[in-house]
Design a protein. Structure first.
Length: 504
């Protein structure tokens, strides 16, 4: 596609030559959040999907009120009564707007960390505009402290940009996988546009134009825009660097490059034809390449369209329609609990920002860079239930946060999902096949930090060259990661030749 159509210079954004993020922002954690203008910082500091910092403290809920979709993606297969798949487009129960408001109030009463109500499907919110905006109106009246958020494919975005602004929606996510219609034709079989189905390259061209126009309109109205992109090896993997440059130039606040989910059992087109997903290393390399001076999101969980709770957990089963109907809720007391928790978290975050200001040379984290020592960066896996601390048993983890530790500090680079190794006292230690999959998921990590770990997984981790570490339980994650890195440095374990550095 001719880039002149976007009125964007063709020169590439400057990249950090070191392969590390260097002076470029790699996420939205404390140092970077502290540098934002006050109005922007206030918008993101309680939004777990827009702030790496906030996702440790705040929860979100997705209201499944939008069943219809106006485009078809080769990586999507929507399901409306599914409880055993963790991916976008899947829900257990479809809700009416009235049911969604009642459920949101119940969740916000039970989970005081609840700060955001988003509508992300299972179809497209703006292809179900009446249901979407009815939900927002109802919740705004009854819980005005809850932020409202929309995730859309962008086809109808220009038509509804003004209405989004009128509802005081401060956060919109657009899924933009390409800016080249030839690439788009391999991702989108069709779109439904002006009462007809449009296919192939023509469909992609319309969708791309609408996405870019909508992005500009939202930015002009002061709405923060996060762009999601699905990394599809062999399709758009090289192209996404240009996508990142374009959306940043148009005003996107955050770019989230996510791995393709392509297991055949999900029934997607890509899954059925054998299209592979990217490896963790491929995802990290592309995220680093896209970073430049564009803020990259590294903590996405690719949530279900009815997700409930902190990122990385799903408490949706606690809030079925039947269970919500039986709840007796004191909404005033619930609001007071939410306000008290937010005040407490705000004080904690202000304390972190004070540390950042006290370390003006810091770039990546709250840890002052180590100027006197050289050591290669290493990856570390962390088992955490939230709260920004190492607080989970290895056998109870369904995912591990992956941090890169180096002389520049600790930075979150993503997460890796796995199956539950321990499902109770009687079964813990019987999951050999699960542990094998977990070891595969942790490939390339030097250490696993957790609250506790059993003898058998300890042995197998060590045999795989991964060092278990339970010595930093209940410590802040970044403090623990850097403490382990310094121990490895002092022990002379970080002087491997350059050829080995990528694996570690």
């Amino acid at each position: 596609m001719d880039l002149a159509a976007f009125d964007i210079p063709a020169s590439p954004a400057p990249q950090d030559s070191g392969g590390n993020c260097g002076a470029s922002p790699c996420g939205s954690s404390a140092a970077r959040t502290n540098a934002l203008p006050d109005d922007i910082r206030l918008k993101v500091q309680e939004h777990p999907c827009y702030s790496e910092e906030a996702h440790h403290y705040f929860a979100r809920m997705h209201a499944a009120v939008a069943p219809a979709c106006n485009i078809q993606c080769n990586y999507c297969n929507r399901k409306y009564d599914c409880s055993n798949e963790s991916r976008p487009g899947v829900v257990s129960e479809l809700l009416t707007p009235e049911q969604a408001v009642k459920k949101t109030l119940a969740v916000a009463a039970a989970i005081p960390q609840m700060s955001v109500l988003g509508i992300a499907g299972p179809g497209d919110p703006l292809a179900n505009a009446a249901r979407t905006f009815a939900t927002f109106r109802g919740l705004s009246e009854k819980a005005p402290d809850i932020k409202l958020c929309v995730s859309t494919n962008g086809l109808m975005l220009p038509e509804y940009a003004d209405e989004l602004s009128r509802h005081n929606i401060e956060h919109v996510t657009i899924t933009i996988n390409c800016i080249d219609p030839d690439v788009g034709a391999k991702i989108y079989p069709w779109i439904f546009w002006k009462n007809r189905r449009v296919r192939g390259r023509d469909a992609a061209e319309i969708l791309i134009a609408q996405q870019q126009k909508g992005l500009e309109m939202l930015v002009a109205r002061g709405i923060l825009v996060k762009v999601n992109s699905v990394l599809i090896p062999g399709i758009n993997d090289q192209h996404l660097k240009e996508v990142s440059r374009i959306v940043k130039a148009r005003g996107a606040f955050l770019h989230n490059v996510m791995p393709l989910i392509a297991e055949p059992e999900h029934g997607t087109f890509y899954g059925l034809i054998g299209q592979r997903s990217p490896s963790p290393a491929e995802l990290k390399d592309l995220q680093d390449a896209c970073a430049g001076d564009m803020t990259m999101m590294r903590h996405c969980r690719q949530c279900r369209a009815d997700a409930v709770g902190l990122l990385g957990e799903d408490r949706g089963a606690e809030f079925t329609l039947a269970k919500v109907a039986a709840m007796d809720i004191d909404h005033e007391a619930a609001l007071a609990r939410r306000r008290a928790l937010r005040a407490k978290v705000a004080a904690q975050l202000e304390a972190k920002r004070a540390k950042v200001q006290a370390s003006p040379t810091q770039v990546v984290t709250l840890h002052r860079p180590i100027k006197t020592a050289q050591g290669r960066p290493v990856l570390m896996a962390v088992a955490s239930k939230g709260g920004d601390v190492v607080n989970q048993h290895f056998g109870h983890a369904r995912e591990f946060l992956i941090y890169e530790a180096s002389a520049s500090g600790a930075r979150l680079i993503g997460h890796r999902k796995t199956d539950l190794y321990c499902s109770g006292e009687e079964t813990c230690g019987d999951g050999d096949s699960v542990l094998t999959r977990t070891l595969r998921a942790l490939d390339g990590c030097a250490t696993v930090l957790c609250a506790k770990i059993g003898i058998e997984p300890w042995k197998q981790l060590e045999a795989a060259g991964i060092r278990p570490n339970g010595e930093h339980a209940m410590q802040p994650i970044e403090d623990a990661v850097m403490a382990v890195w310094r121990e490895m440095l002092a022990a002379g374990k970080l002087s491997a030749p350059a050829a080995d550095r990528k694996r570690a």
